[in-house]
Design a protein around this ligand. Sequence first.
Ligand code: ZN
Length: 336
Amino acid sequence: MRYYNPWQALLSKIKTAGGFVNAHAHFDRAYTVNQDNMDGVVYDHLYCKWLYIDNYKESATMNDYCKNIQTALFNQKDMGVTSCLSFIDMDSIVGLKALRAAKLAKDYAKGIGIDFKIATQTLKGVVSPYERVYLDMALDTGAIDIIGSLPAADRGLEGSHLDIIFEMAKRYKKRIHAHVDQLNTAAEKETELLARKTMKHGYEGMVTAVHSISIAAHNADYRSEVYKMAKDAGLSFITCPTAWIDSRRTEINSPTHNSITPVDELLEHDLIVAIGSDNIHDVYKPYSTGDMRTELKFLLEATHIYDQEALVKIATENGLKVIGSYHDRDRGTSKS
Ligand SMILES: [Zn+2]
């Protein structure tokens, strides 16, 4: 008698449902780790790595960026991904050369049969008018599908950062994806801030929180309040399981949890969750291959979610919803 292999059964259901959707990545810096910069990547904090990447952004040519993005797209396709969204760096260091490369890669993606969308990554923040101008120019190119946000890039001014992002999103009628609560600490309350700003700006249903790991470091009452607020704001979520599973040990007490978006609780509150690879072979995650099968496996093991129907939705349909590609094929109309 053949034994039942739930993992193979799950993968086959995902294939039948149209293939993986990688809802969060940074293809422009994929494959940029090398033997020289490997030395510094082991112990440095995230915020130091943001500076590291400046060296690459300064020296890389548009051709280098084309190569990174196209190689990532080719490999994603090879690993069963049919739709994906990549953040692309744009600021005073890199200018728009990575974006121009990503725009060209859209044609390449179409050619190999993969739906490729672009979000803005502004590592230098958006509060400074000197940096914000790059976001304005990027939006004017018409290549941007989603406005990306990184409130921590404007440390101490996270609220102002989000106000600027919401105003731009409303002006250009774009969805927002914001990196929030990345550091697995109760000191962060960025998902709450994002939900409040969404409601303040009347942008319910148009905003996705990327990571939201620090929710898990708070007590049950706070978590429950955040989930209710997220529901009211129509906030959706993207988890990138291997990205933060390496969160460092500290002596700070918090509820026992794995360092991952609390997807089990998000699902209990009927919130939409999608999944992404985040970084691929760069200084942030030198060993990460971007294989969505690895991401899904980490998610189900770290959160104890065994419900295959829920996992298939996370890997496919929910990804399409958050990247704005979910179409009712029968009627040919967009649902999101
Ligand atoms: Zn990211």
